[in-house]
Ligand binder design. Structure first.
Ligand SMILES: *Cc1c(COP(=O)(O)O)cnc(C)c1O
Length: 409
């Protein structure tokens, strides 16, 4: 890291002495679920971008970030955008989703997936998930597509979600969607660096959306990317992301566009994070292994995604580790564990509340069998950040062990 400070840059006085890297954990500091993991490498890249003069959302940092992310995921084209939600929105539009279409997605996801469908004037249809992984269940997808077809409803797209960093079972999902003539947009917001059947997450379907939000496996503070092998989809997404401005000297527009391009400075942050991605994934996997060992001795608990599919082995990026608690077997529930950890200054979060149970989507069509609801009721995501040091991880383990001892497990 450069020891020179950029004196010509206006900074708030209070922040002048603050280091960019998160402070070393002092005992009893709050431990977060997935804090951004940034330090000297990121500082160097962002400062270099700032000094290069390319501040607008265009230029060599953006081009390089797109090329590097495409290389990393095996996609032919990458379009850097202001958020994962923007990537989902443009991805759906570029796949031809139209007002009035149905779009089938997993009910176990973050609201952004469903919101992007609504932005297109389409309606989300929520399908249930597999108990092992929390990913879209191929049988439920088939049922949903058959129901929609029988009702004469046009289906604009299928959007599988790679839950907590494990790629969905595209080996089974893609043929089902394609047999029904429906394109697939993968919500890979959580799964950068993961793989399925030997292929990187983000390379499945007609297009895929990544997120670089602050809590994701890598961050640009806020940002996202649309990945695709289709040059036409990439060109159209790029066009729509820059206000659909035609390539002429004056401002000429033939349709309504969006201001969705990623800033160059944030692309530089993303490039720095990409150089560290493998190390950050390895750390999250090591954290998951520690939780696996801890809960292996506790009957009635298991980690989400623990069951491995021998035919199409999946490689998680271990973005978040969630423990599933069966209160009938343990005598305590995930809420009690969450309460204890909160008291100890440790953040946890229930697994996504299914979209078909959300008030905002109360009227939506759902093809469900209770699996997502059960994962929501039993699942608790534990601190999983790659910036979490050994002392912090031990503090979490000790707090869980103290809870288990008191609960008599
Ligand atoms: C984070 C996330 C998004 C949205 O990404 P943003 O960059 O926050 O807009 C979409 N889908 C899933 C599954 C996510 O986890």
């Amino acid at each position: 890291m450069s020891t020179r400070t950029a004196e010509h840059l206006p900074r708030p006085a209070a922040a002048a002495a603050a280091p960019l890297a998160p402070a070393q954990a002092v005992p009893q500091e709050r431990i977060l679920l997935s804090a951004p993991d940034v330090g000297p490498v990121e500082e160097e890249y962002v400062l270099a971008a700032l000094r290069s003069g390319w501040i607008a959302p265009a230029g060599p940092e953006l081009d390089a970030f797109e090329a590097e992310a495409a290389a990393r995921t095996g996609a032919a084209h990458a379009v850097a955008l202001s958020s994962g939600t923007a990537a989902l929105h443009l991805g759906l539009l570029c796949l031809g989703v139209k007002p009035g279409d149905a779009v089938v997605t997993s009910t176990l996801t973050f609201a952004a997936t469903a919101n992007a469908i609504v932005y297109c004037g389409a309606r989300p249809v929520f399908a249930d998930v597999e108990a092992d992984t929390g990913n879209l269940d191929p049988l439920m997808l088939t049922r949903a597509l058959d129901e929609l077809e029988a009702a004469g409803q046009r289906v604009g797209a299928v959007v599988p979600v790679d839950m907590l960093g494990r790629a969905a079972d595209y080996t089974r999902l893609l043929p089902i969607a394609h047999e029904h003539g429906v394109p697939v947009l993968a919500d890979a917001a959580e799964s950068l660096g993961a793989a399925h059947a030997g292929r990187p997450a983000g390379s499945f379907g007609e297009a895929a959306a990544l997120s670089f939000n602050g809590n994701k496996i890598m961050t640009t503070s806020g940002g996202g990317m649309l990945l695709t092998d289709d040059a036409g989809i990439a060109a159209r997404a790029r066009h729509l992301s820059t206000q659909a401005r035609m390539p002429v000297p004056h401002y000429e527009h033939e349709e309504v566009g969006f201001n969705y391009r990623l800033s160059s400075l944030l692309a530089a942050l993303g490039r720095a994070q990409l150089t560290r991605l493998d190390g950050m994934i390895a750390r999250r996997q090591a954290v998951r292994e520690r939780y696996r060992r801890l809960f292996a001795a506790v009957p009635g608990t298991r980690l989400l995604g623990q069951g491995q599919d021998a035919e199409a082995p999946a490689q998680d990026n271990a973005w978040l580790t969630a423990v599933l608690v069966d209160p009938e077997a343990t005598g305590w529930d995930s809420g009690a564990l969450a309460g204890h950890l909160a008291h100890m200054g440790i953040e946890t979060r229930p697994v996504w509340k299914p979209m078909h149970l959300q008030p905002v989507f109360a009227g939506a069509q759902a093809v469900v069998d209770g699996t997502a609801e059960s994962l929501f009721r039993r699942g608790l995501a534990l601190p999983s950040g790659s910036g979490m040091g050994e002392a912090e991880l031990r503090r979490v383990e000790e707090a869980i062990t103290a809870f288990l001892t008191r609960a008599g497990s």
